[in-house]
Design a protein around this ligand. Structure first.
Ligand code: ADP
Length: 254
């Protein structure tokens, strides 16, 4: 069953008639099924950020339709979109985006507070997700008191509290050392395997992508290649590297 279905997405920045306009996406058809864990990779400027920003309702496409969980998000107004994003989608960003004035537990339940959920329900949900990712010991700490890896694990917890239709992650390991990146990617893997959460991640990081079930490469605003995971993670890592080399040649800029 598909969770996300995008058809014929194009994005032109600037006036389409002007020579200075940029065609960032050039007719993308894209589908994510329930329980998938997909990475989008591609050289700088290939359109990754634009694609994810459109699929998650932040940017409007120039043309095309996007359906998430049976809802046409391209037809929503700003208010409906904001509500849909808060209630039905989860987000994890490169910069963690935790509020320094709130404890980790308060940060995690923030999406539920905004939705005025009952306190007992919020506490139960926070306890459940913190246990899943083994961060109960930092519940009462503030973001500046813990490591980047712990902050990102808290952000992964926060993305789950509203039982989202799917989670979007934008370079989630971009600010982390390799040990923390490994811990964070294991959280995503656990969330996908144990909670069947559908995840779409944009990354430059071959190590992070090797945790996914599928990698989609884009180039010049088009889908170029799709590779599914098989064998060990190390083998998948090497296949992703090979695809990157084939895609970008000697001087690829990932
Ligand atoms: P990537 O994430 O793969 O690096 P982007 O989606 O950021 O690619 O960019 C795709 C193309 O669109 C690039 O040529 C970039 O310069 C252009 N672009 C991205 N955002 C804007 C914008 N806000 N205004 C004008 N051009 C943009």
């Amino acid at each position: 069953m598909s969770v996300l279905e995008a058809k014929q997405i194009t994005k032109i920045y600037g006036d389409a008639k002007s020579e200075s306009s940029t065609k960032a996406l050039n007719g993308i058809d894209f589908r994510v099924d329930e329980g998938e864990f997909v990475a989008i990779m591609g050289p700088s400027g290939s359109g990754k950020s634009t694609l994810v920003s459109i699929l998650s309702g932040i940017t409007e496409p120039t043309t095309g339709s996007i359906d998430i969980g049976g809802k046409r998000i391209d037809q929503m107004d700003r208010f409906e979109m904001a509500l849909f994003r808060r209630r039905s989608l989860g987000f994890v960003f490169q910069e963690f985006n935790l509020l320094d004035s709130l404890t980790i537990k308060e940060n995690i339940i923030l999406p539920m507070v905004l939705d005025k959920k009952e306190t007992t329900k919020m506490n139960a949900k926070a306890a459940e997700v913190m246990k899943l990712f083994d961060i109960e010991n930092i519940a009462d700490k503030y973001p500046y008191e813990i490591s980047g890896g712990q902050q990102q694990r808290a952000a992964v917890c926060r993305s789950l509290v509203n039982d989202p239709v799917m989670v979007f992650a934008d370079e989630p390991t971009g600010n982390l050392d390799s040990k923390s990146a490994n811990a964070v990617m294991n959280c995503f893997k656990k969330m996908n395997e144990e909670k069947n959460t559908t995840i779409l991640m944009v990354t430059h990081d071959v190590f992070a992508a090797s945790f996914c079930k599928k990698v989609i490469f884009i180039k010049d605003g088009r889908i170029y290649l799709e590779v599914a995971s098989k064998g060990t993670r190390k083998e998948f890592f090497n296949r992703i590297l090979d695809c990157q080399a084939a895609l970008g040649g000697e001087n690829n800029d990932f």
